[in-house]
Design a binder for this molecule. Structure first.
Ligand SMILES: Cc1ncc(C[n+]2csc(CCOP(=O)(O)OP(=O)(O)O)c2C)c(N)n1
Ligand SMILES: [Mg+2]
Length: 368
């Protein structure tokens, strides 16, 4: 059948600057100030150590279920480091290092993972949105914000995060389509960590890349080595500049790996091999960046030790103060707040019944 090839615009490129052996492509090295490079190292390490501490707290029953970020720190940190404070970060649930970079406190993360409302409170000074657990739902919030920014003729941008699994959700496609049609200033950052709980990337889609999915919505898509913080930074910097200047959205697929459990309620040994994990451990973003900074003469063994000590203390202080704060929080009646402007009669009754019960418990403990 005679057909004419349509010249569909768009190509997908892969970006790597600092490879897994720590070798640098000098021609692509982004120009990042020394203090920013060291700050990035601090937050990479903080993300890793805080993760380890949170897992240990969860195992001791001192926090609830928690989704670790180990292995993915560069993929989200490198991206947000290109934003300015007035921009909007719209996270999913696996971007702790980036949230800390944006000003979220360690205490807030601990409170959130213990189920306290206070842990999702965003400071007045920040535009960022809280963690979103329903997979992909935040993408729609992000494009809505992007549309509002454009409507108000501001030059802020929105950066939203999601996983490889989220690209199978309708929300992802609706969001990208909206972004393409309305040219919203939204940067879509997909942390392709190879797994959506036990569902491998290979069963998620037959597409060669996730980045190419953007092309059908007339949005540029790029794939980067997500364990290479310089590549993530460079790609995000370009995407942010483009969005800020009115040229619309970009999808950045960060190829990375979840080195730990999906959440503390998961056992990955049931669906993936130790060999696979070991293979990715060799591509650790932290080790690679550390080598880069050492080669540049910005970091020494003493410097690493000092940063470790500073971080250990920071985390310990946060755990202490969060545990102290939690003693005065946690009124079970709070569960009736925020869902309704006015509680329906059925819930008013339930609230009153619970309040009576709590009073009884209190009385008994006062006497006992
Ligand atoms: C709409 C919806 N469906 C299912 C879930 C349960 N769930 C939580 S995380 C997850 C997998 C998400 O995978 P991915 O998008 O790759 O992100 P990752 O967890 O790997 O960071 C699923 C299915 C959910 N939270 N929301
Ligand atoms: Mg995933």
């Amino acid at each position: 059948m005679p057909k004419t090839k349509i010249d569909v615009p768009g190509e997908v490129h892969f970006l790597s600057i600092l490879n897994e052996y720590g070798n640098l492509d000098k021609t692509l090295e982004p120009d990042i100030a020394e203090d920013v490079l060291l700050k990035l190292y601090h937050y990479l390490l903080l993300g890793r150590r805080f993760d380890e501490r949170l897992i240990s707290l969860q195992r001791q029953g001192r926090i609830g279920t928690f989704p670790p970020i180990s292995g993915q720190e560069a993929a989200h940190l490198g991206a947000v480091a290109t934003m300015r404070p007035s921009d909007w970060m719209v996270p999913s649930f696996r971007e702790t290092a980036a949230e800390l970079w944006r000003g979220r406190t360690l205490e807030s993360v601990i409170l959130y993972n213990n189920g306290y409302n206070e842990g999702v409170r965003i400071p007045e000074s920040s535009n960022d949105l809280p963690v979103s657990v329903p997979v992909g739902s935040q993408i729609l919030h992000a494009v809505g914000l992007g549309y509002a920014i454009k409507y108000r003729q501001k030059d802020d941008v929105v950066m939203t995060f999601f996983g490889d699994g989220a690209t199978s959700e309708g929300d992802f496609h609706e969001g990208l389509n909206f972004a393409g049609v309305f040219q919203t200033p939204v940067i879509f950052v997909c942390q392709n960590n190879q797994w959506a709980i036990s569902m491998p990337r290979s069963k998620q889609t037959r597409s060669k890349t996730l980045a190419q999915k953007a092309l059908s919505y007339a949005v540029p898509g790029i794939q980067v080595d997500g364990n290479d913080i310089l590549a993530v930074y460079a790609a995000a910097q370009e995407a942010v500049a483009s969005a800020r200047s009115g040229e619309g959205s970009t999808l950045i697929e960060c190829v990375t790996y979840r080195m730990a459990v999906h959440t503390t309620a998961d056992d990955p040994k049931r669906y993936r091999t130790d060999e696979e994990v070991a293979e990715w451990q060799k591509r650790d973003p932290l080790v690679r960046f550390q080598k880069y900074l050492k080669d540049k003469g910005l970091l020494t063994d003493d410097g690493i030790e000092a940063t470790e000590a500073e971080i250990t203390e920071k985390i310990q202080n946060a755990v202490d103060s969060a545990e102290e704060e939690m003693k005065s929080l946690g009124n079970p009646l709070d569960m009736f707040d925020h869902a309704y402007a006015e509680l329906p009669p059925r819930l008013i009754e339930q609230r009153e019944a619970l309040a009576r019960e709590l009073e009884e418990i209190q009385k008994e403990s006062n006497h006992g």
